[in-house]
Write a protein that binds this ligand. Structure first.
Ligand code: NDP
Ligand code: PYR
Ligand code: MG
Length: 410
């Protein structure tokens, strides 16, 4: 039998190398077509857009086009492997945009690590796109880059590893808390990782009711404590404690949130957790601890990973296609907190209403065809109600429109 490694390389190399290609949407088979698609006809929409830039949404692909942009500094849990080596992931994200939500995406791998230069480069590229999905850019640079791009650009800019991850973690946690009969305000959380994904997940956990004093965060040097020198993002999570290592804070933890690296959670630490522990080991491709090893020492655990080959796939792919679909269709100026919270609620509710709902089904699966029609309209409504939508979409009419789109996908 072939190994996963062999299959993965064959999958990516057979036929036309890579996973995505470009499609032409207009007739170009005759001289008459060509004279519209290219010179002289193409000059007409150019002049219209020059007079009124908003016309780009009418005459070009901009309104349905997202840039999936990385510099390759935090590719999955593989770390700083560089822009080019990150390309398979970016092509993969582009595939999911297209297949799950009908959005065209260009993957752009930029060989630049200086945050200010990266902001300038991405800002200069932005006219091409209706939205920008930042991907696999490491902390703390990602915070600066996203913040400055959001300030400068009037199209949605969204760092998937921060907010996409947080949304799906939020949805999974709401359901895990319900299934284990917990009070979220008393939940004790240990987070492994203090980077892009961790910081955004923890912020969202606070919004969902988790108390800051119940959260212990660890980076590569151990627990974030008030007596350590920390970046401003990490300082917000420092605890006044003598604890040094993750093992020191695992006692009676209700939840382990892993957004760090492979194999960093030990079975002995799972044993220290409260009954019915919630273990989200989300590092990709190799989680902090494999589900079967968690269950070996905690049979009543709720376990999630970022992978497609285990139940409970907590992965930002469960939300970014629908957030961008809603943002593009409602011409939202950004993807704001009410849109993110609407997405959390919609994902959690969809899992709860499913007959499979239970400890091995806390979030819908990525291939669930109900996601596009179930989640997207809720996000668009939140965009409208929170004032960032330039176009109001009636929820029912929009759902019908998405049902038609869904039939053309997957
Ligand atoms: N399932 C999902 O949907 C997603 C999963 N992830 C996963 O989360 C992980 C982190 O991604 P991201 O936040 O973007 O990357 P970042 O580079 O921004 O952050 C990585 C973090 O991991 C920490 N870390 C490294 N080694 C250790 C260690 N031994 N113990 C504790 N913490 C450690 C780093 O510590 P330090 O700050 O000291 O360098 C840093 O805080 C990756 O594995 C990625 O695959 C990310 C996004 C989505
Ligand atoms: C899923 C994802 O975005 C990551 O692991 O980086
Ligand atoms: Mg990522």
């Amino acid at each position: 039998m072939k190994s996963l490694e062999q299959n993965a390389l064959e999958y990516h190399s057979h036929g036309q190398p890579g996973k995505i290609a470009i499609q032409v949407t207009k007739a170009v088979g005759s001289q008459a077509d060509l004279s519209l698609a290219y010179s002289p006809g193409v000059a007409v929409p150019c002049i219209e857009i020059h007079k009124n830039p908003a016309k780009a949404y009418e005459y070009t692909a901009k309104g349905n086009l997202v840039g999936v942009i990385t510099n390759g500094t935090a590719v999955l849990g593989l770390g700083d492997i560089g822009a080019l080596a990150g390309k398979p992931v970016m092509e993969g994200k582009s595939v999911l945009f297209k297949k799950f939500a009908g959005i065209d995406a260009f993957d752009i791998e930029i060989d630049e690590t200086d945050p200010e230069k990266l902001v300038d480069i991405i800002a200069a590229l932005h006219p091409t796109f209706g939205g920008i999905n930042l991907e696999d850019i490491k902390a703390p640079e990602c915070f600066f880059i996203e913040h400055h791009l959001r300030d400068r650009l009037s199209i949605p800019v969204f760092h998937d590893d921060q907010h996409g991850t947080a949304i799906v973690v939020g949805a999974g946690l709401l359901n895990a808390v319900q299934l284990t009969g917990r009070d979220i305000t008393k939940l004790k959380v240990v987070c492994s990782g203090a980077g892009a994904a961790a910081m955004a997940c923890l912020d969202l956990l606070l919004d969902l009711g988790v108390q800051r004093e119940n959260i212990f965060v660890c980076d590569s040097r151990g627990v974030l404590t008030t007596n350590r020198e920390l970046t401003k993002e990490k300082r917000a999570w420092a605890q006044n404690t003598d604890a040094k290592t993750m093992s020191d804070v695992m006692h009676m933890a209700d939840m382990f949130l892993g957004v760090s690296g492979p194999g960093l959670l030990k079975q002995d630490d799972v044993k220290k957790m409260a009954a019915k522990p919630i273990v989200f080991a989300l590092a990709n491709p190799e989680p902090e601890l494999r589900p079967e090893l968690v269950r070996e020492v905690a049979p009543d655990a709720i376990v999630a990973t970022g992978r497609s080959d285990y139940p409970n796939q907590i992965n930002n792919a469960l939300c970014f296609p629908y957030l961008f679909r809603a943002a593009l269709d409602s011409a939202a100026t950004n993807i704001n907190q009410p849109m993110k919270l609407a997405c959390v609620e919609a994902l959690a509710a969809m899992a709860r209403s499913d007959e499979h709902f239970g400890r091995d089904y806390i979030v819908p699966t990525l291939l669930d065809k109900r996601l596009l029609t179930g989640v997207t309209p809720k996000i668009a409504t939140a965009a409208h109600e929170s004032g960032v939508a330039r176009k109001h979409l009636n929820e029912e009419e929009y759902r019908a429109q998405l049902e038609a789109l869904a039939k053309t996908l997957l």
